[in-house]
Ligand binder design. Sequence first.
Ligand code: DGT
Ligand code: MG
Length: 241
Amino acid sequence: RELTGEVEFENVDFGYNPDKIVLHDINMYAKPGQKIAFVGSTGAGKTTITNLINRFYDIQDGKIRYDNINIGKIRKPDLRRSLGIVLQDTHLFTGTVMDNIRYGKLDATDEECIKAAKLANAHDFIKRLPDGYNTVLTGDGSNLSQGQRQLLAIARAAVADPPALILDEATSSIDTRTEAMVSRGMDALMEGRTSFVIAHRLSTVKDADCIMVMEQGRIIERGTHDQLIDMKGRYYQLYTG
Ligand code: DGT
Ligand code: MG
C-alpha cells in the first residue's frame, strides 16, 4: 500500500455551492487504523464530510491531508482507488457474483475474490447460491436480499484492500441474524484500516476511538462513548433519547 490511512482535516470549510457553506471549520485527525464515527441529526453534514474524505468535491478553504500529503494536489481518480467505500445502496451490475466482487480491484484473481468474500463473511451464502460464485445477478441485485447485497459490498471493498474505509450504515431494517452477519463482516473489514463510520444506531459506535457529534455543519462534541456520556451534552441526550 502507498498510504497508511492517516487522515487529517484542518480548518475545512465547504459548501455545495460557494454561497452556502454547509461545513464550518472542520478539524479532525485519524491515526492509521482508528475508527471514527459520525453521529447527529439529519442534515448535520455527516455524508458531506465523507464525500470530502473521498475528495468528490473541492473544498472552499482549509486542508485535507493523507499521510501528511495535501490531497488537493493528487488527481482524484488515483485517490479514489486507495479508499474503500461501503455505501448503504451498493451498486451491483448484471454479471456474476465473482465479477461483482472483482469490481473492487479489476485485476484480482478468483482466489483473491474468494479470500475477500471469506473475510466479509459472504462466502457461505455465496456457496449456497444456485451457481455459487458464477451465479448471475440482475442489474440491481434484486435476486439477493438486502443483507446479502451488503455482504457483497463488504467483499468488494475487502478485495481492494484499502488503507481507509467509509462505511455508511444501513437504516432500513434487516433481521437480527443478518445484521449480526453483516456487522461481523464489517468488523473484519475495518480491522487494521482507518474507518469512518456513519452510524444510525448509537449501539454500533460505542467502540469507536472517537465519536464526532455533528450539528448544522459543525462538530459540536467529540470523544469516546464514555467521555461523551460523562459530558452530559448532545451525545448524552441522543443516547438516552
Ligand atoms: P442524513 O443523511 O439525513 O442523516 O444527513 P447528513 O448528516 O448526512 O447531512 P448531509 O451531509 O447530507 O447534508 C448537509 C447539508 O448539505 C444539508 O443542508 C443538505 C446539503 N446537501 C447535501 N447534499 C447536497 C448536494 O448534493 N447538493 C447540495 N446543494 N446540497 C446538499
Ligand atoms: Mg447522510
